[in-house]
Design a protein around this ligand. Structure first.
Ligand SMILES: Nc1ncnc2c1ncn2[C@@H]1O[C@H](COP(=O)(O)OP(=O)(O)OP(=O)(O)O)[C@@H](O)[C@H]1O
Length: 284
């Protein structure tokens, strides 16, 4: 069964005094457990509008979203918002999900560890930090004491605290330098492999999407114009827009190497995932 099923989604933005903008025009896609689906397209093509609907932050104008087989109820339509925490989103700006005034330890477990005592919470914070490759000492620090790449790791750790079965990552490395971005991509790859969650990875950068995604969907003017296994789409693009995207990637031939992406994921990370028992199972 797919974790996420998006069926014929239309999103029309309406603002008073402005003509409506049809940002998403009948998009369907699905994500399986352990699969990374990449969504690529230029700025303004509707990726974020689709992402917000996929995680239930916004309601679609029409179409349905099913998460783990059940219809996803958009947050603003709920009387008492109780987000399904097994569906997590990582944003471009890691500041968005971290409070500047609280220590990392105090905010990593927001809303997911009410039943844990202090010792258990400390252990859980240490486990999450290890999962994203950060030292336990990070627990007592504040977000401003970390680099952009480290802050994105912390944002990912915070999302992982809920033991998600699906992560939607919307331009998660756009704000980072090339090296940090390659590290975060490697980290996300490792986490998907170790934890078995699914991921919708959204980016304007086709070479990044190719590096991480099993399947790629190319979005243009609110529609998916081409989709398929990432390697196939890269080697034999069918749609003229996909060819344009590939041709627009600077200074490369058919293969672009990302720094650090050739290395194997660290075993400590692998061990942390399995030893800690973080699986696709239900939350405690
Ligand atoms: N809340 C909104 N109200 C009105 N128009 C909107 C709103 N959000 C997005 N749009 C418009 O919808 C279209 C798609 O925007 P969206 O942010 O989904 O695209 P995107 O591919 O994610 O681009 P970017 O990467 O630049 O965010 C754009 O024309 C945008 O101006």
């Amino acid at each position: 069964m797919s974790i996420l099923d998006i069926d014929d989604i239309v999103v029309t933005h309406r603002r008073p005094g402005a003509p409506p903008v049809r940002a998403v025009r009948g998009v369907s896609l699905s994500v399986e457990p352990g699969q990374v689906v990449g969504l690529v397209g230029e700025s303004g093509c509707g990726k974020s509008s689709l992402a917000r609907v996929a995680v239930g932050i916004e309601a679609p104008t029409s179409g349905t979203v099913r998460f783990e087989g059940r219809p996803l109820e958009p947050l603003r339509m709920r009387q008492r918002p109780a987000p399904d925490r097994r569906l997590q989103m990582v944003f471009q700006n890691p500041y968005a999900s971290l409070s500047p005034r609280r220590t990392i330890a105090s905010q990593l477990l927001d809303g997911v560890a009410e039943n844990l005592d202090r010792r258990q919470r400390e252990a859980e914070v240490a486990r999450l930090l290890a999962l994203v490759g950060l030292d336990t000492a990070a627990a007592t620090r504040y977000p401003a004491q970390f680099s952009g790449g480290q802050r994105q790791r912390l944002a990912i750790a915070r999302a992982l605290a809920a033991k998600p079965s699906l992560m939607v990552a919307d331009e998660p490395v756009t704000a980072l330098d090339a090296f940090s971005s390659a590290q975060i991509v490697r980290l996300l790859q490792s986490l998907v492999a170790e934890l078995g969650m699914g991921m919708l990875f959204i980016s304007h950068d086709l070479s990044l999407v190719r590096a991480i995604a099993d399947e790629t969907a190319v979005m243009y003017a609110g529609e998916i114009v081409e989709r398929g296994p990432s390697e196939q789409l890269w080697e034999r693009p069918q749609h003229p827009y996909t060819r344009t995207l590939i041709a627009a990637i600077p200074e490369i031939g058919p293969v672009k190497k990302l720094p650090g992406l050739d290395e194997q994921p660290p075993t400590a990370l692998s061990n942390a995932g399995t030893d800690a028992g973080l699986t696709n199972g239900a939350r405690p």
